[in-house]
Design a protein. Structure first.
Ligand code: TA6
Length: 343
């Protein structure tokens, strides 16, 4: 569901009983036994990570640090997200790659640290998550929650509750659902900007083509956020790009010709789409990306940037993105209109 809900989130008990070092491979939970595999293990530098596995072989990993997805593999075990081999998994440094969450501020659109603080906070497993929107027996999901600390409240004086659900579907599709609620008791509304800062793994940036953003207006971060209109065909890449496409369609395709793979990004509640590649000079300058990092990544970010989200006390906003892959070439016009599925 897109936008803001006034209703209070219904509370239920945790449906995936996860605890450190516990694997739940088969659970009785409904009319029939259903496969479910959620494991909490120690990741790099002893940081907790949640591993989701699907019966057909796909998997995903989510660090509690940042609530950040750092791995998404298809049923052939191929990594679909880019994580720099120089990434530093050490708080308070953000992890370079995967899907950082930008909240409560995208980039420097405001007075907070760049991209807000959610990406370098320790999230918790939500013991009281909202009910699943589908009871699909194949559901593999984890619910995380972030609430502000006393320190956070000094820089962002609002009692938010940020619930993040990461779901791995039967076909290996990866769904992220963010629910952000204003829990202020002082009747104060608050506003925020947001992005799923997704780093896709690509064979070579020069082989990539992005469809779905042509002819849109965008703010060019490299030109003081001046507004332009995209001309012509699908996007291809031969130099640095850092643009916020405004009011973009709910579906974007990222085609990797060399790998004969197309990523589909489906989004809801997130009107904008950011496209970023730092290219060679900036890549070299980023210690956690490295000289050639830029060649193998493209960030396409489902976002709410131009128009901040306003939440009154008790209101909840929901923003979703679903990632999937299809083989070879893909053309937007060939697909049916898309609707966000259950998570
Ligand atoms: O989303 C694009 C962007 O805001 C770029 O301007 C670029 O700086 C990138 O994010 C990465 O930011 P980070 O703070 O993760 O180095």
């Amino acid at each position: 569901m897109q936008g803001i809900e006034k209703k209070k989130t219904k509370e239920t008990i945790l449906r995936q009983p996860v605890s450190p070092e516990t694997t739940t491979s088969k659970q009785k939970g409904g009319p029939s036994d259903h496969f479910q595999n959620v494991q909490v293990v120690k990741g790099i530098n002893g940081l907790d990570k949640v591993v989701l596995r699907q019966i057909r072989g796909s998997s995903a990993e989510v660090y509690l640090y940042g609530g950040q997805v750092t791995s998404w593999k298809n049923d052939r075990g191929e990594q679909l997200l880019f994580v720099s081999n120089k990434a530093i998994f050490k708080p308070p440094k953000e992890i370079r790659g995967g899907i950082p969450i930008c909240f409560p501020q995208f980039s420097d659109f405001g007075s907070l640290e760049k991209h807000g603080f959610a990406r370098n906070r320790m999230w918790s497993i939500d013991t009281n998550p909202p009910p699943p929107t589908t009871n699909s027996p194949s559901r593999a999901a984890i619910d995380l929650i972030l609430k502000p600390s006393k320190e956070d409240l000094k820089i962002f004086p609002h009692s938010f509750e940020f619930r993040l659900r990461v779901t791995l579907g039967l076909e290996g599709e990866l769904m992220l659902t963010s629910r952000i609620r204003n829990a202020n008791s002082d009747q104060k509304p608050f506003k925020f900007t947001f992005a799923y800062h997704t780093y896709f793994s690509v064979s070579d940036i020069s082989e990539v083509r992005v469809e779905g953003l042509e002819t849109l207006d965008y703010l060019d971060n490299m030109k003081k956020r001046e507004r332009f209109t995209e001309q012509g065909d699908a996007l291809t890449f031969e130099s640095e790009v850092d643009k916020v496409y405004l009011s973009s369609p709910t579906e974007i395709a990222v085609m990797d010709h060399e790998r004969k793979r197309t990523f589909l990004i489906r989004k809801n509640g997130l009107p904008d789409a950011v496209v970023w590649n730092p290219w060679d000079k900036k890549s070299k300058a980023m210690a956690d990306l490295g000289d050639n990092g830029y060649k193998h990544m493209i960030c396409i970010e489902a976002a709410a940037v131009e128009k901040p989200i306003f939440l009154k006390p008790g209101e909840e906003w929901i923003g979703r993105q679903e990632l999937s892959t299809v083989p070879a070439s893909y053309y937007c016009s060939e697909l049916d209109p898309w609707r966000v599925g259950g998570s």
